[in-house]
Design a protein around this ligand. Structure first.
Ligand code: TXA
Ligand code: MG
Length: 316
């Protein structure tokens, strides 16, 4: 694998690989993606193989603009128009009905998940290649998403090329919203918070809102996900944890104080800043070879929804 600067030469090499139906990792504003021509059976198969991704889990498609997104949709609802106008390019993935003429690659679905990423390098790559790019996060399935080119290298050393765009600014995946249900349904909490979304769409059904029967989980939301190698304990009170019998070294991940542990990551008490550092912190603790990570559970409020979701999954 080579990590290259996203200059004219780097982009040219990346486009060449994509056109040859190979794969390329590239930066987005959320996390790094493993990009492939979305309608090449060979390229898509390579994405599944490299990630060891279960065949039932569909891929999201990245496009350069709204017109390219509409071309992939059977129907483009008014809500999609309004959301795209407000939040694209940006960390919002929309699930809409899929255009009938598109080939079924990867997991067969009646719908398609699409976004326009807000990253100069990603947009340049989309424009220069002229291809819709399938790009799941560039990590082995169930592992921690990469927020730097170095993380991609460690997780997927077989990837031929990584465009290095520096650390991802959001550091957590896009919010996935399903527009094919009567009430838009949140399939994955992510970088974009619910409040600004609701201002556009009105009510949003949450994954746990089983009461009205409209909520269903995103196919990719497996219980164990975003998991470091260490055992993760998610607790309200770090100090109350009995450390006897825990696999050593024992680390703490908190947003307040560190205390006396073998390793510690103290992140911001602001949810956006915390999210931006979370995966890098988990990667560092894994690199340090810790056996247990005691994680201070963040508040159970909507601002922390995406972070809590990832921590709960990491702890399973
Ligand atoms: O921020 C992101 O979304 C990053 C960057 C690279 O863009 N990508 C990413 O991809 O996180 P991935 O594959 O790791 O997560 C995409 C999520 C998965 O949970 C998948 O199951 C879901 O979107 N998804 C994909 N296609 C879908 C569909 N047609 N209907 C419902 N969910 C879908
Ligand atoms: Mg992922």
């Amino acid at each position: 694998m080579t990590i290259v600067e996203p200059d004219a030469d780097g982009l040219r090499r990346a486009v060449e690989l994509l056109r040859r139906e190979s794969v390329v990792a590239f930066p987005t504003e959320t996390v790094y993606g493993l990009g492939a021509h979305a309608f090449s059976a060979r390229a898509v198969a390579e994405v599944y193989r490299l990630k060891n991704r279960p065949s039932w889990n569909p891929l999201i498609v990245h496009v350069a603009n709204v017109a390219a997104a509409r071309a992939l949709a059977h129907e483009w609802p008014e809500a999609a128009n309004e959301l795209a106008a407000q939040f694209w390019p940006g960390p919002l993935t929309l699930v809409v009905e899929r255009a009938k003429h598109l080939p079924q690659l990867g997991a067969p679905t009646l719908t398609i998940a699409i976004r326009v990423p807000a990253h100069e390098v990603a947009l340049k790559l989309l424009e220069a290649s002229g291809l819709p790019l399938a790009a799941p996060s560039a990590n082995r399935s169930e592992g921690i998403s990469p927020t730097t080119a170095g993380h991609v290298l460690r997780s997927l050393p077989e990837v031929p090329l990584v465009l290095d765009g520096g650390p991802a600014s959001w550091g957590i995946e896009s919010t996935v919203l399903d527009l094919t249900t009567p009430t838009p349904t949140l399939l994955r909490p992510g970088a974009l918070a619910l409040r600004p979304l609701r201002e556009v769409t009105g009510a949003i059904a949450l994954p746990d809102a089983v009461g009205d029967g409209t909520a269903r989980p995103s196919p990719g939301m497996s219980r164990r996900h975003y998991a470091p190698k260490a055992t993760v304990l998610l607790v309200d009170d770090v100090k109350s944890v009995d450390r006897d019998g825990l696999a050593a070294p024992v680390a703490v991940l908190s947003y307040e104080t560190a205390g006396d542990y073998d390793a510690a990551e103290v992140l911001s008490a602001d949810p956006r800043e915390y999210a931006a550092d979370l995966y890098a912190a988990l990667h560092r603790l894994d690199d340090a070879g810790v056996g247990t990570i005691i994680v201070q559970a963040p508040p159970d409020t909507e601002d922390w929804l995406a972070v809590r979701d990832r921590l709960v999954r990491a702890a399973r």
